[in-house]
Write a protein that binds this ligand. Structure first.
Ligand code: NYM
Length: 212
């Protein structure tokens, strides 16, 4: 019998696009349909690197811009062995942000190119599907808690959105744009359909390497 791996599914978007809500609902739906699934998120704030990042995001500490970019990337790499283990066990991973957020947020800062920002994440496990939850940053800003962490302001989020749009031009990544301005259930329905299709396909293909 060939071993069946889980799918690597990523949800991306500007802050407050509804990613966390949709990740949780997707995991629930996959489990109910009999498919093992777990949620992960980046940054993963529980590790030592994650704690440095968390303190930076909460404005409790300052870090030089290149340094924090590399820490975000290191935070993904430190979780790669666990991700691979789970995928190989047949668990579908639903991931709240990944390298695309890393690139979009840092390259929204002055003096950073997309190319430089992508380099540290080259070779990460390649997602089988990346769904971009598209919502106007001004509308996202009206959805609770906006403005409590670093980066959560409309002007910056508009640049982040432009950077995401540049990343989405890469046809080597399986991007799907989801209109996240609709109600939670309609958005979930579309995410569920894309995910179920890709999860059935992914089991027969080896895990790829991002941006190689
Ligand atoms: N962020 C997230 C980055 O700047 N680089 C990254 O690599 C990742 C994964 O951290 N504003 C930013 C995006 C968000 C913040 O917020 C994390 P949340 O609410 O934990 O997803």
């Amino acid at each position: 019998m060939t071993s069946r791996r889980g799918a690597l599914i990523v949800l991306e978007g500007v802050d407050k696009a509804g990613k966390t809500t949709q990740c949780k609902k997707l995991v629930q739906t996959l489990l109910e349909s009999g498919r093992p699934a777990e949620m992960m998120r980046f940054p993963e704030r529980s590790t030592k690197i994650g704690q440095l990042i968390s303190s930076y995001l909460e404005n409790k500490s300052n870090l030089e811009d290149h340094t924090v970019h590399l820490l975000f990337s290191a935070n993904r790499w430190e979780l790669v062995p666990l991700m691979k283990e789970k995928l190989e066990q047949g668990i579908t991973l639903v991931v709240d942000r990944y390298a695309f957020s890393g690139v979009a947020f840092t390259s929204a800062k002055p003096g950073f190119t997309l190319d430089w920002c992508m380099k540290p994440d080259v070779g990460l496990p390649k997602p089988d599907l990346v769904m971009f939850l598209k919502v106007n940053p001004a509308e996202a800003a009206r959805r609770g808690h906006f403005g409590t962490e670093r980066y959560e302001n409309c002007a910056f989020q508009n640049i982040v959105l432009q950077r995401f749009e540049e990343l989405m031009m890469d046809s080597a990544v399986n991007w799907q744009v989801i209109d996240a301005s609709r109600n939670i259930e309609d958005v979930h329905e579309e995410i569920k359909n894309y995910s179920q299709k890709v999860a059935s396909k992914a089991v027969t293909e080896p895990i790829g390497h991002l941006w190689t």
